[in-house]
Design a protein. Structure first.
Length: 276
């Protein structure tokens, strides 16, 4: 890192350690839905009533429920029907995923450009993760979608803080280096603040650690890493054959599943559902 980037790195670390870094927050309704689902006595009607507190999220949930990803013979016309049809847990994951877009609201045009780039990457990775999850037993596609959306969440407060440093903010290489260095630890901090579990926290911790390995079958980190590589979001010099995630998913590194036409349709449908 350059001297300027190194200085910013130390300032950001100090801000994190002293709780002075402003972290993004999930919309209140998304948190209420998550907490309600953990209660064994929650009904579809109660979830629907909570959702009505956020008109934007409610409308988007119904839109997505009627999208090609979930469409059934009978159109979903209200929230309770959506919750009943999709299931409480799926609605929880979808609501949090849909709420993520609200976090990427910038306060300036320049910051908005950076935020939009981060969001587009998150959406593309999430769409590939969801597609991959449909082929892996034991992995929930909606949770895989959320894993893709949160993998780079740590970049947001970094960008916000960097905006006050003109030299760094206008030096794309230096800024990129800082983001690469700090996205993971800042992302961990955000997910701990949101009270997310180990599965999602591991995603932000290890997403770009391509030597990451673990016991057992494929996990969310493996999905995100393959989505990053096959989606073209990582440097070309990474040797795919040395990345354990491919073996965990039983995938041939000579085949790019993203380029398969059938998979492309699934990926595009998912991306469209997140962009509503």
């Amino acid at each position: 890192m350059s001297e300027k980037a190194d200085q910013f790195y130390n300032e950001l670390k100090t801000a994190v350690e002293s709780d002075q870094l402003v972290l993004p927050t999930l919309p209140e309704v998304a948190l209420k839905i998550r907490d309600a689902v953990e209660s064994e006595n929650t009904s579809a009607q109660q979830i629907a009533e909570t959702l009505t507190q956020d008109a934007s999220l409610s409308a988007r949930l119904i839109q997505v429920s009627n999208s090609p990803l979930y469409r059934s013979r009978t159109p979903i016309e209200d929230l309770q029907m959506a919750v009943t049809r999709l299931g409480i847990r799926m609605v929880r994951d979808l609501v949090i995923s849909l709420a993520m877009k609200q976090i990427y609201q910038a306060t300036s045009d320049v910051l908005d450009e950076h935020f939009r780039k981060s969001w587009n990457t998150a959406v593309e990775v999430a769409a590939i993760c969801r597609m991959l999850a449909t082929t892996v037993p034991g992995i929930n596609p909606e949770q895989a979608l959320l894993a893709g959306l949160i993998h780079n969440i740590g970049s947001l407060p970094i960008l916000v803080m960097a905006e006050d440093d003109d030299d760094l903010f206008n030096d794309s290489e230096a800024l990129g280096n800082v983001i690469d260095e700090l996205t993971s630890p800042v992302g961990e901090l955000i997910l701990k603040t949101w009270n997310f579990g180990d599965s999602m926290t591991n995603v932000v911790k290890h997403a770009h650690n391509f030597s990451y390995d673990h016991e057992g079958g494929a996990d969310m980190v493996d999905l995100v890493q393959i989505a990053l590589l096959q989606g073209g979001h990582e440097p070309q010099e990474i040797d795919w054959s040395s990345v354990p995630a491919f073996a965990k998913l039983g995938m041939d590194t000579d085949v790019n599943v993203v380029e398969i036409e059938e998979n492309q349709e699934i990926i595009e449908s998912t991306k469209q559902s997140l962009m509503v």
